[in-house]
Design a protein around this ligand. Structure first.
Ligand code: T4K
Length: 403
């Protein structure tokens, strides 16, 4: 790998060789201690217990609950199924208000079971659902809100809790991005009726595929345990409608191993984030999403916003420059759920009340972070952004010709 391009004539988009010989991805998994993982996997095989509430799943649930300071953790096969089960267990029906600016699973978990997602706009400061927008969307059919701690930014919890109490509607959080983060000194995980995490490969800790619902509500936890295991209460005794949401033992082994190394993952993320901050400083038109340094953050997401007037290139132009150099930055969460099917057809006018979502969806990029990204990679990426924007006019013409 080379690690700097000095002249814009050498940029890959113009015909030079890519800066990185191998792709640098957003979402490269954190692996943790492979020896410990392998020994757990061997033990699992030796014991011939592969799934169905095995030792590792039980231990993983215990460790996650302890880490988050919550009473119950119910491990699941992925975050999407965990969301679906949580929604159902909370009795949500009719309409549920969610942000459009999120991964599409937040909407699909509702629509999949015949509940209408109602898209609310976001607060442009922190990309989370805007409580003022929520109030305008409440109807007699509204049964709940799903707040999303997007990129680990905590929702406006007090305001959401107030709305939930005032209108008697359920409050669930999609905390997929927020494992290890805190809000006002309390770990995310303990808010609302329940919170849902994803442990997908791309998350701060992963179980290959996986997720969990955490809650302090004993009755809800008992219901969730039944629902994720076909409604079984003991052998041959089905007492509830359920599905198969179980996490398997190999996933839990990976989760336990990841959790043991989480501080190291966060440290790597934080170090890279600080380097991004230092190297992007002063580049006109580029702003880096800031995290509250007084809270715990996993720093998994490095998000920049591009003001095309100041930067000289728009978001998609900059993205093509980066991707040509094998920096596989991503346009999360473009174009917003309301512009994806089936929601685009169901709610063709949604963009009318989602102006902040529409604006942000055209302006943000996630840059690579994680233990697979080195500080010198960060410096090279930032150097690339700087060089591209210094030569914006030339590049813009080249990109236009290419398209
Ligand atoms: N709610 C929110 C707010 C979420 O963000 C998500 C998931 C969910 C709910 C649902 O949770 P899960 O059911 O997934 O547990 C990826 C992930 O698949 C998804 O989990 C995640 N959010 C979303 C933000 O990102 P894609 O469609 O972007 O995946 P893909 O295949 O393009 O991979 C992402 C990047 O990661 C690529 O740059 C390649 C890299 N990668 C990926 C994998 C799987 C690797 O380097 N190695 C790998 O093993 O959705």
């Amino acid at each position: 790998m080379t690690h700097s391009v000095k002249r814009h004539e050498n940029l890959a988009i113009i015909g030079g060789k890519p800066l990185f010989s191998e792709c640098l991805h957003v979402g490269r998994p954190n692996i943790g201690n492979q020896r410990r993982l392998m020994s757990r996997l061997k033990d699992m095989l030796d014991r011939r217990w592969l799934t169905n509430n095995g030792l590792y799943v039980k231990e993983f649930e215990k460790q996650v609950a302890k880490f988050l300071d919550v009473k119950h953790c119910i491990a699941m096969c992925n975050g999407t199924v965990a969301l679906e089960i949580a929604v159902r267990a909370l009795g949500m029906q009719g309409e549920v208000i969610i942000p459009s600016f999120t991964f599409v699973a937040t909407a699909h978990c509702l629509q999949w079971q015949g509940i209408s997602p109602v898209f609310a706009d976001i607060d442009p400061q922190d990309f989370t659902i805007d409580p003022v927008a929520i109030k305008k969307l409440i109807t007699p059919k509204t049964t709940g809100i799903i707040g999303v701690h997007l990129w680990g930014m905590p929702c406006h919890m007090e305001a959401l809790e107030k709305i939930s109490a005032e209108y008697g509607i359920k409050l669930l959080y999609d905390a997929s991005h927020a494992f290890g983060n805190s809000y006002r000194g309390r770990m995310i995980g303990g808010f609302g009726s329940a919170e849902v995490f994803s442990f997908h490969a791309t998350k701060i800790i992963n179980t290959f595929e996986g997720g969990a619902i955490v809650t302090n509500d004993d009755d809800l936890a008992a219901r969730l345990r039944l629902m994720k295991n076909f409604g079984f209460k003991g052998m041959d005794n089905v007492v509830y409608l359920g599905t198969n949401g179980k996490m398997n033992e190999a996933s839990a082994a990976m989760g336990l191993t990841s959790l043991e190394d989480i501080e190291q993952f966060i440290e790597a993320n934080h170090r890279n984030y600080a380097e991004y901050r230092r190297c992007l400083e002063g580049i006109p038109g580029i702003s880096l999403l800031g995290y509250d340094e007084n809270e715990k953050n996993n720093f998994q997401y490095v998000v920049i916003e591009i003001d095309s007037h100041e930067a000289g290139l728009d978001r998609d132009e900059l993205l093509s420059v980066l991707q040509a150099e094998n920096v596989m930055a991503r346009r999360y969460f473009y174009p917003g759920c309301h512009r994806m099917e089936p929601y685009r057809s169901l709610f063709p006018n949604a963009s009318l009340w989602l102006s902040e979502t529409e604006k942000k969806a055209l302006r943000v990029i996630c840059l690579p972070n994680g233990t697979a990204v080195r500080r010198k990679d960060v410096r090279a990426i930032c150097g690339l952004i700087r060089l591209a924007l210094e030569n914006a006019a030339t590049l813009r013409r080249r990109i236009a010709l290419k398209n």
